[in-house]
Design a protein around this ligand. Structure first.
Ligand code: SIN
Length: 322
């Protein structure tokens, strides 16, 4: 978790980029350089990642370690600390952009959360790696360099994700492969841009950030008081007793990943209707990897159509943060 002692002591030079470290494989260490699977994520300090970027002249960079974790362990407390540190740095005139080094596993959720809560048009660029920092052929340093490049591009604004030479929007990016270097994809929506030898080729320009109405609350409300929202899925043989268990345990919202075009197993639907009557907020999305639900298919309100279940969970949590 964020440690005030590790805050960069220097004042930022004009047009600085601040690099915030969250951990991940990009900061991972393995016992052998040939090992790209049996490593521990979140080991190498972000300042060390920057010092490994080679001898080419770089723009003014500051770094700060906000967390040092495997992103599978991301918590709401980590998110709030990260959003607070982004807000702190972005408010400074000398800082023109923020880059975040992060694990790939939950990067899409963090990117969507930040896009919803940060009130800035300055670029905030998340990057990551699929190979640890100890690998013979690492992808992290190039991704980090690309992220700095993107963050300083005059057309960049708001929250963006950069990996494997490709720039993604938080709404569309998704981890689609457990091992490949280009594990992140925007699916049929396609990337926003490509980084080609230090230059950007935009396919479409990012929209300015439009923060959620409860963005300020997410930055200040103790995370123990954030609404409890869970993800459930419709599938063959689904047991509706799980919904009763969630409701009895006090869940406030459920995102339901339906089959195909958002259809739900009959047994699940009736349990969900009972949950709604008990005051649980419901949102529907599809468990398909790509494509939005078309039309209205059940009595349950659709989540924003471009979002997968895990990003829809973030949105519903913010909706309930009244
Ligand atoms: C993580 O998400 O922290 C580990 C996996 C990765 O970064 O690729």
């Amino acid at each position: 978790m964020f440690d005030a002692k590790k805050v960069a002591a220097e004042a930022p030079a004009p047009r600085s980029t601040v690099v915030l470290g969250m951990g991940g494989t990009i900061a991972g260490r393995a016992a052998a350089a040939s090992d790209t699977v049996g490593y521990v994520a979140g080991q190498v300090p972000v300042a060390e990642l920057l010092s490994g970027l080679g001898s080419d002249p770089l723009p003014p960079l500051l770094s700060e370690q906000v967390a040092q974790i495997d992103s599978k362990d991301m918590s709401h407390a980590h998110w709030q600390a990260l959003a607070q540190r982004c807000t702190h740095w972005l408010a400074q005139d000398e800082v023109c952009s923020v880059v975040i080094t992060h694990g790939t596993d939950t990067l899409e959720e963090t990117a969507w959360f930040l896009q919803q809560v940060l009130q800035t048009h300055k670029p905030v660029v998340l990057t990551c790696a699929m190979r640890p920092a100890t690998a013979v052929l690492q992808d992290g340093p190039q991704n980090l360099l690309d992220a700095v490049t993107v963050s300083r591009d005059p057309q960049a604004r708001g929250v963006l994700v950069v990996a494997a030479g490709t720039v993604h929007s938080p709404a569309h990016v998704q981890k689609e492969h457990p091992y490949r270097l280009d594990a992140l994809s925007s699916g049929p929506s396609g990337p926003l841009a490509w980084v080609e030898s230090g230059r950007l080729r935009w396919s479409s320009l990012p929209n300015p950030n439009q923060p959620h109405a409860h963005a300020a609350t997410a930055l200040t409300r103790p995370v123990e008081q954030w609404p409890w929202v869970a993800v459930v899925s419709s599938h063959a043989g689904v047991d509706p007793r799980q919904i009763d268990a969630w409701v009895s345990a006090g869940v406030q919202g459920l995102v339901v990943a339906g089959t195909g075009n958002g259809t739900l197993h009959t047994a699940l639907l009736s349990a969900l209707q009972t949950a709604a009557q008990a005051g649980v907020a419901l949102r529907l999305c599809t468990r398909c990897a790509h494509g939005p639900i078309v039309g209205e298919t059940t009595a349950i309100t659709c989540a924003p159509r471009e979002l997968n279940a895990f990003k829809a969970r973030v949105s519903l949590m913010l909706d309930l943060m009244v």
